[in-house]
Design a protein around this ligand. Structure first.
Ligand SMILES: Cc1ncc(COP(=O)(O)O)c(C=O)c1O
Length: 442
């Protein structure tokens, strides 16, 4: 099928340079396992799990069959004041997988909705306890929590914020970023050990400025994913947990990327041994096949809101498609498939292979200023072209696509995060193609 067969006048593409896309369209028409088929009948290796979603690989029969069966059984039912069997089962499986007493699942449809949901739970919780003055949120520079006004406000990627400044939530502050490009530019399956206490700023400046008693929640990605796979210093998340506990501040982990196996464990919370008060998920929970997201809350949050007359809704929040039966059927099949094929363990093992390959192939190449790998993901960071931030990485992304691999450009980074079913030969192709492209764009 030639690309001229697509009429491209009507779709406005998300997070895409639209005008350039029209000159060089990249359109998928089929996918299986690790590969896409393009509109011009080429195979492209999916090096990014279709934006961190497709952990089990594309077009997996058990998930497809579960969806088809659900469509023929219960296609849809409203979620308000009634529910469906698959939503209960999916919530049970997710809660069972989550650490500690993260037991109550509020479903939504995306990571952005999960961010807004978690922030609203935090406000409602504090108000229910008579601490409605706790209404300030703390995010982190270069954090990404989606594109809703809440998530955007606590997020810290400048390009996502700059146009919308006046509409951002007013009661938000941000902790400093977690990267040290001088001492920890190259990280290979390790946690960077900082001499400096990076959270001293939170304790000694940000919290005293606002007074900790006014702070509702801190929200972080355990690993800064969308910014370009930046890893927290050793002990950072543990210390953040301690600071939040000391001041009665809720801790939210946004695990939309790290959740469901990317680190070789169910969640990054397990990898780092830190249990947040809320954990946001989306993407891999359905293998990306159908939109589903959610917030897993610790029991005490739910309990605090279960008050007032029994006929009155306790938490005025939810979506028409919260716990959609087809999405939940997909989640159940996905989580079963992850378990049957030991895919989380496999992600951990292949992460080692990916990290080894990236460091061997990229170190010393022109313009490479950093390489970071942990779990089944890694990023190579390049020197910016003066006056054209992001251009080198974008050009390399295009080059890789035209040489048969899909990588992700994020700022000056190229990110690799293949499906958990990835084989060594795929990793060799991904890394080899990316290394060649880096050389071509020196
Ligand atoms: C950590 C994190 N939170 C939230 C989101 C937003 O998710 P969505 O695009 O499903 O709204 C993303 C998307 O990549 C993400 O990485």
């Amino acid at each position: 099928m030639a690309y001229q067969d697509f009429q491209m006048d009507n779709q406005w593409l998300p997070f895409t340079p639209n005008r350039h896309f029209r000159k060089d369209p990249r359109v998928f028409v089929a996918a299986s396992g690790m590969h896409f088929t393009t509109h011009d009948d080429r195979q492209v290796l999916d090096g990014i799990s279709s934006l961190w979603c497709v952990g089990a690989g594309h077009n997996r029969r058990p998930i497809n069959e579960a969806i088809k069966a659900q469509l023929d059984t219960l296609d849809y039912a409203t979620a308000f004041s009634v529910s469906n069997d698959k939503a209960f089962r999916a919530a049970e499986m997710i809660a069972h997988m989550a650490p500690g007493d993260l037991n109550k699942v509020l479903f939504c449809n995306s990571g952005s909705e999960a961010a807004d949901t978690a922030l609203k739970v935090a406000l409602a919780y504090h108000r229910a306890r008579g601490e409605g003055h706790r209404n300030l949120f703390i995010g982190r520079e270069r954090g990404y929590h989606g594109v809703g006004f809440g998530g955007m406000s606590v997020g810290g990627i400048p390009a996502n914020r700059k146009v919308f400044g006046t509409a951002l939530l007013p009661r938000v502050d941000h902790m400093r970023f977690i990267h040290d490009p001088v001492n920890h530019a190259f990280i290979h399956n390790a946690e960077p050990e900082w001499k400096e206490d990076i959270l001293a700023e939170l304790e000694n400046r940000i919290l005293p400025l606002h007074d900790p008693s006014n702070v509702a929640a801190v929200i972080v990605e355990p690993i800064s994913g969308s910014a370009g796979w930046y890893l927290p210093p050793k002990g950072y998340l543990q210390r953040l947990r301690q600071i939040c506990d000391k001041h009665g501040i809720l801790l939210i982990f946004d695990e939309v990327i790290t959740g469901f196996g990317r680190m070789g464990t169910p969640f990054a919370a397990d990898y780092y041994g830190v249990v947040p008060d809320m954990l946001n998920f989306a993407k891999c929970v359905t293998n990306g096949v159908i939109p589903l997201g959610g917030v897993i809350c610790r029991d005490f949050l739910y309990d605090a809101l279960m008050n007032g007359p029994e006929h009155v809704t306790e938490f005025f929040h939810g979506y028409t498609y919260s716990g959609h039966p087809v999405a939940c059927a997909a989640a159940i099949a996905t989580l079963d498939l992850f378990a049957q094929e030991n895919l989380f363990e496999r992600a951990g093992q292949m992460g080692q292979v990916l990290g080894d390959a990236m460091h061997a192939a990229f170190k010393g190449l022109p313009n490479v200023v950093g390489i970071r790998s942990l779990g089944l993901a890694g990023a190579v960071e390049l020197a910016s072209i003066p006056g054209s931030p992001g251009k080198r990485a974008y050009d390399i992304f295009l080059d890789c696509y035209h040489h048969g691999v899909l990588v992700r450009n994020a700022g000056e980074n190229l990110v690799l995060c293949p499906p958990y079913i990835v084989e060594k030969s795929h990793i060799d192709q991904l890394v080899g193609t990316l290394a060649d492209a880096i050389r071509r764009h020196a």
